[in-house]
Design a protein around this ligand. Sequence first.
Ligand code: PLP
Length: 460
Amino acid sequence: MNLEQIFSDHLAEQHDLFAKHVNAQLVRVLRTIGFDKQYVRAQGAYLYDQHGAQYLDCLAGYGVFNMGRNHPTIKAALHDALDRDLPNMVQMDAPLLAGVLAKRLLEKIAVPNIDTVFLTNSGTEAVEAALKFVRCASGRARVLYCTQAFHGLSHGSLSCNGAAEFRTGFEPLLPGCEAVRFGDLAALEAALRDGDVAAWIVEPIQGKGVHCAPPEYFNEAIRLCHRYGALVIADEVQTGLGRTGKWFAFQYWNEVPDLVCVAKALSGGFIPVGAACCPRRVYDRVFSSMDRCVVHSNTFGRNTLAMVAGLAALEVIEDEGLIANAARRGEQILNGLREMATRYEMVKEVRGQGLMIGIEFGKPKSLKLRTGWELVQRLNKGLFGQLIVVPLLSKHRILAQVAGHNTIIKLLPPLVLSDADVDWILTAFDDVIAACHQFPGAAWEVGKELAKKAINQSLP
Ligand code: PLP
């Protein structure tokens, strides 16, 4: 196989190939908003296109690249593992590296009762395992999840998804899964009262929209769950491994969850891996006899390269002080954006923790701007967010995303950001937000153009 040849033969047809054989609608979106770049190299927090232009990656592969892309330590560990010709996926054995990764991960979780790990290939698979385990351990069928929640898109996780747009077309979903309003303790208690709930699953910060709740909410919610005999699953697939300024976001609370789901950054940005971490009493109910030793299992979950990537990722996050950097850079960005909120009326709220940040825009008060806002909303509900992310990329070379609700922009950069990167982000936001506070103006014209393109563009 000659990679060089593949790149030189096919680079020009990159988007056409993807549209033809993988996902045409995604390519249509990329082309409409001008995100159809050709990134050919990546390092740390940066992507580079075929002309050598540098982009700041504030999407980080949906939160995979906490350590930055192509980290040399992780690459070296993977090369080393390959060069050793290690036995891999023997299956009828107990791989050493799986045991070591589980031990080290549990040390970071640091909840004495959480002492076993089921290794998976992805975040949604970690959630699936957790859902099966709590049902099996409790003998109860009901699972509570939060409005706006996102736990992955396989069927069990989707049954705990708080957004209609993901669920539609895939029903019926798993019976017994019920939404409770995020942040609403009374609703949670009402749902728990019959004493038949297996678990409440929750993201410490909701990824779709970066919705936060104070630690008191989580503390009281956990106490309530335990009072009614329900387990608590903290889905730390996105918030975990330093993202929020602690190893895990639940470490901001006083109470602790019973199960913790991890994935994304555990991959080191290379090999998919996830984990459902749970207490022995849950584990023992599931794997209750020798007959049931693989009653929940998978083929690739403990594969060597995934274990190596996980071990190297933990080491890099620790050794390079990335958690403290996430806290520090996050505070700088939050402060900078909050200062902008005092100057720009459409910035409704800036929220988040560490390097998981949401900027919510809202309807302006002044008449002129309101005309623009309403026009854009009428053209397309999803359009306003694009007025921000499109110039962020085209003018400032910052890759960011519209999160959940269409007026929320989310930043999820690698945890390796420097002072200069923070300046890059704040300067760009100031410019882009200032532009959309001038109506009529170029920013709003971009909106109209996008709407026209979206209507006119036929499928590639
Ligand atoms: N849980 C949370 C909180 C997530 O943010 C995600 C993905 O974004 C998942 C689960 C699903 O992870 P994966 O995409 O690896 O299946």
